[in-house]
Write a protein that binds this ligand. Structure first.
Ligand SMILES: [Zn+2]
Length: 161
C-alpha cells in the first residue's frame, strides 16, 4: 500500500496528543516527536551537564544508570502507545523495533510491549499464542531500515519468502 498520494505508512505522524509539542510535519504531538528521543536527550544533558548522543544514553542504560534506564523505558512506553494504535489497524504478526535505543533490548522492549498490549485492540489473552503479535528488537541498529527496504524489493520480485 502506497496511498493515493504516496503518504501511506507514515506511522511516525499518527497524532498521540493534539496539544503536544509541534512536529516537523506541521501537526502537534505526533509519535515521531516523542519517539525521536530529542526531548529525553535534552533532559539527559541537563541531568549530566554535558552533551550526549542516543548511543551514550543507551550504553549508560545498559550499564545500569537509573536515569538513563528511566529515559529509555519512558520512550518504550510512548513508542508502545503509538505501536498499539498501529497494531489495531494492521494486527501484524511481528514488530521489529530498530534504531539505536533497540540496542538496550528489554530495557526498551519490555515497557514498549506492555504499552502496546494496553493500547492495541487484540489482547494477548484473547488469542492463541500462534496469532499473537511478537515484538522484538532489531539486530541492526544503524541500517535496519535499509535492510528492510532491500528485503521488501527481494520479496516483491519473488527472491525472498
Ligand atoms: Zn508529524
Amino acid at each position: 500500500m502506497r496511498g493515493v498520494s504516496g503518504g501511506a505508512g507514515e506511522f511516525g505522524h499518527v497524532v498521540l496528543d493534539p496539544d503536544g509539542p509541534p512536529c516537523r510535519c506541521g501537526n502537534r504531538g505526533c509519535i515521531e516527536v516523542y519517539a525521536s528521543f530529542r526531548g529525553p536527550l535534552e533532559e539527559a544533558e541537563r541531568h549530566f551537564g554535558r552533551s550526549l548522543r542516543i548511543t551514550d544514553v543507551a550504553e549508560m542504560a545498559i550499564a545500569g544508570d537509573p536515569f538513563c534506564i528511566e529515559l529509555v523505558q519512558r520512550a518504550g512506553s510512548i513508542g508502545g502507545h503509538g505501536l498499539g494504535i498501529i497494531g489495531s489497524v494492521l494486527n501484524p504478526p511481528l514488530v521489529v523495533v530498530s534504531g539505536r535505543l533497540a540496542m538496550t533490548g528489554d530495557i526498551l522492549i519490555a515497557p514498549l510491549a506492555e504499552s502496546f498490549e494496553r493500547h492495541t485492540l487484540i489482547k494477548r489473552a484473547d488469542v492463541p499464542e500462534a496469532t499473537r503479535t511478537i515484538i522484538r528488537a532489531s539486530q541492526f541498529t544503524d541500517n535496519g531500515a535499509c535492510i528492510g527496504a532491500v528485503g521488501l524489493v527481494l520479496r516483491h520480485h519473488g527472491q525472498l519468502n
